[in-house]
Design a protein around this ligand. Structure first.
Ligand SMILES: [Zn+2]
Length: 347
């Protein structure tokens, strides 16, 4: 091999080496690009997940809300689902299948909740309900408080005023001098309605004894307010109470006809806060039960109590108001022309 040849071979070997080096560099580059691309893709995916976290969360909220609505239609498919809290309202659960099974939808009226067998809510197709001018999708809640006035009344009033909300108070004679508090309720624009003077179930002995008691509370309100004569009534125990059987057979059936005949209008409730099911019911339980109508019923007469022991009802009220307000309900008071809900007499 001559000089030239050796040089050529060297060159050729050098060329081979440099080609190999170039190939190696390119290979490295390709690998680098591939790795970079993989990393980039994975980052894009991560960003994609991150970016969609918020929408996904709100989608879940919508889904929960929808399932709440849907559950009213197809109870069997419902399982308890946690609902994302809305502005300070504790997480509540979508009514479970058992609860919804206990609900009956009355065409043109509302859904009915039967709670713990305290009362039955077999509705009557009443002229009063038909007289209501509410449209199906007009969302209205009537907060009602029975058995006051008590030490809690002032607190309830302050909360109602803070939210600019009016409620209906079915009052009784709680103590001598309670006229002062009834006057305050009246002066602060709340709706005064009649429950009973004594709230003793022996008023159901006869039509006369019932109306004597009713006249007493009517006069008390009349005197306390300087001349307001209320014709709005809620029976102690509700129209469907069975305790009256002890005093007079058929009395509730008779009274439910006699009241309108004498110019009164009576109101039961279609949703129960269950604040009377325990001496001092848990605040969270009251809130949960009081807001169960949301998504299930656009016309809500909510039963609550203004009794002395019901301090947790006071605690629950702001959350109840906020939940209904956030769900688009307006607040109204019961009247001779408002929506009403009447239980069917069981005696
Ligand atoms: Zn009562």
């Amino acid at each position: 091999m001559g000089e030239f040849e050796m040089a050529r071979k060297k060159n050729s070997e050098g060329l081979k080496r440099s080609l190999f080096a170039e190939f190696f560099v390119i290979l490295l580059l390709v690998i680098a690009i591939l790795v970079a691309s993989i990393i980039r893709t994975s980052n894009v995916k991560k960003q994609g997940v991150n970016a969609s976290d918020a929408p996904q969360a709100s989608q879940n909220q919508i889904t929960d809300a929808q399932s709440e609505t849907a559950s009213a239609v197809v109870p069997a498919s419902v399982t308890a689902t946690t609902v994302v809290p809305v502005s300070g309202v504790p997480a509540t659960t979508v009514p479970d299948a058992t609860y919804l099974t206990a609900m009956t939808t009355i065409p043109g009226v509302s859904a009915v909740a039967t709670t713990a067998g305290l009362y039955t809510t077999t509705p009557i197709t009443s002229a009063a309900a038909a007289a209501s001018e509410l449209s199906e999708d007009d969302k209205v809640i009537y907060l009602t408080f029975d058995d006051g006035p008590t030490d809690n009344t002032r607190n309830l009033l302050d909360i109602l005023d803070r939210y600019g909300v009016k409620a209906t108070f079915f009052v009784i004679h709680t103590y001598d001098g309670c006229e002062v508090q009834i006057k305050e309720l009246y002066d602060r624009g709340q709706q005064i309605a009649l429950h009973s003077y004594t709230h003793n179930y022996n008023i159901y002995r006869s039509v006369d004894t019932y109306f004597e008691d009713l006249q007493q509370i009517s006069d008390l309100v009349y005197n306390a307010t300087g001349g307001y004569r209320s014709t709005l009534v809620r029976f102690p125990g509700g129209t469907s109470n069975t305790v009256s059987r002890k005093y007079s057979s058929g009395i509730m059936t008779t009274l439910s006809k006699e009241l309108p005949a004498r110019g009164y209008r009576y109101f039961d409730w279609d949703w129960d806060s269950t604040d009377a099911e325990a001496n001092r019911q848990d605040t969270s339980v009251i809130v949960r039960n009081a807001t169960k109508a949301i998504g299930n019923d656009n016309h809500v007469i909510l039963l609550m109590h203004d009794a002395a022991a019901k301090t947790t009802t006071v605690e629950a009220l702001p959350q109840i108001i906020e939940a209904y307000r956030n769900a688009g309900y307006r607040f109204d008071v019961l009247s001779m022309t408002s929506y009403t809900y009447q239980h069917k007499p069981n005696n």
